[in-house]
Design a protein around this ligand. Structure first.
Ligand code: ATP
Ligand code: MG
Ligand code: MG
Length: 357
């Protein structure tokens, strides 16, 4: 019997639990955001993981993070801070968008000289779904917010062709396996839809695997890690790394014989790992700030994952995985969604149709 405790009890923790069930892995997500003096019944053989990169320190979170089997314990802080994450990529010569730390001496003018007329400031920690970003635009004479100094990095705006990501796993013995590259569409900094696999991305697979292997090896990482990239021609540039299961890997719940959640658990528990078989191509549509709609279930190729969270504007509340056995099937389902989904979905749905036309 394996017990796996998860720092965090959001949808990723829930989906880890779900994946653990058929393997009799007892996954226990823990709410570490609400202060509590609770003591958990941790045992020496238990395993600890996290569904997020950062959490407030409390006696509860310390009980988990100080456990000898907190896997990748040394990694979270290093990747949660964009300064140390980008430094790591540079040290490993893994290509990433050009950047620098914004400190007391950074001049807006110098940033434009170095990186061009559009420069993206990103908070070092805490940003997600595009929150914690600030554009400097030379034409609009925008300036560095005073309280962002030493708390942010500046990045060159990348004029990418598209965004892709790769999810991979590394075992305790250093073996790495990967899912095929996923094509991602972000709108206003938030992931709207993913498509995988795509034969037109196959030639980039070795490049992506080499890059992520080098990161995971350097960190002696165990478990699933995701790497978000910009594709510029035939070259990948890392946007960011996530030391956990990842939204762009949700399609594997439907399309692969081992999904990313199970793969992560297998690696943590030292169970056998092999390259996941892809059963069929998938489209993943994120459900953001929309109410649950049972009409989605009438789509013959859809699987709904509803997180049971309060619906708020801009909040991820679920996702739909659509199998893509044929172009007709995708066209039919997306055609229905175009009628049911609000305005902000029209561009992402058109983007999906484009890929299948
Ligand atoms: P996530 O929810 O993925 O953790 P995040 O808030 O950490 O998001 P990033 O992934 O760094 O933020 O950026 C969000 C999106 O903003 C990217 O997916 C991309 O669309 C856009 N973006 C980020 N960096 C750049 C850049 N240097 N140039 C152009 N666009 C960028
Ligand atoms: Mg991020
Ligand atoms: Mg991102």
């Amino acid at each position: 019997q394996h017990n796996v405790w998860v720092l965090g009890d959001g949808q990723l923790g829930a989906m880890l639990s779900h994946a653990g069930q058929p393997l009799a892995i007892n996954v226990r997500p823990v709410d570490i955001m609400t202060p509590s003096d609770e003591r958990l019944p941790l045992q020496g053989t238990d395993i600890i993981t996290a569904e997020r990169e950062q959490w407030p320190e409390s006696s509860l979170s310390l009980q988990l993070s100080e456990h000898p089997h907190f896997i990748n314990g040394h990694v979270f802080g290093r990747l949660a801070d964009r300064f140390t994450q980008k430094s790591l990529l540079d040290e490993l010569s893994v290509p990433t968008s050009p950047w620098e730390l914004v400190d007391d001496n950074t001049q807006t003018e110098a940033l434009h000289q170095q990186y061009g007329d559009r420069v993206l400031l990103k908070r070092r920690t805490g940003g997600y779904d595009g929150k914690g970003q600030h554009w400097l635009k030379q034409a609009e004479a925008t300036d560095i917010p005073a309280d962002w100094r030493n708390e942010a990095i500046a990045e060159q705006a990348i004029n990418f062709d598209e965004e892709v990501s790769i999810v991979g796993v590394r075992t305790q013995t250093g073996e790495c396996v990967f899912y095929p590259l996923t094509l991602n569409l972000h709108q206003d900094g938030i992931l709207m839809a993913s498509i995988a696999p795509l034969t037109r991305l196959d030639h980039l697979q070795p490049q992506a695997e080499t890059m992520l292997t080098s990161v995971m090896d350097e960190l002696e990482y165990v478990g699933v890690m995701a790497m978000e990239c910009f594709r510029v021609g035939d070259k990948l540039l890392v946007n960011e790394l996530a030391p956990r299961v990842h939204n762009s890997g949700h399609w594997t719940q439907s399309g692969c014989h081992i999904n990313q959640f199970e793969l992560h658990l297998r690696a943590l528990c030292g169970l056998p790992i092999h390259k996941p078989q892809v059963n069929f191509q998938c489209v993943m549509v994120n459900l953001i700030g929309v109410d649950k709609d049972d009409r989605w279930l009438s789509l013959p190729n859809a699987e709904l994952f509803w997180y049971n969270k309060e619906v708020r504007v801009g909040r991820k509340v679920g996702h739909l995985n659509l199998s893509a056995h044929s172009n007709d099937m995708v066209n039919d389902s997306i055609g229905q969604l175009q009628q049911w989904m609000p305005q902000q979905y029209q561009a992402p749905l058109a983007w999906i149709l484009d890929e299948f036309s």
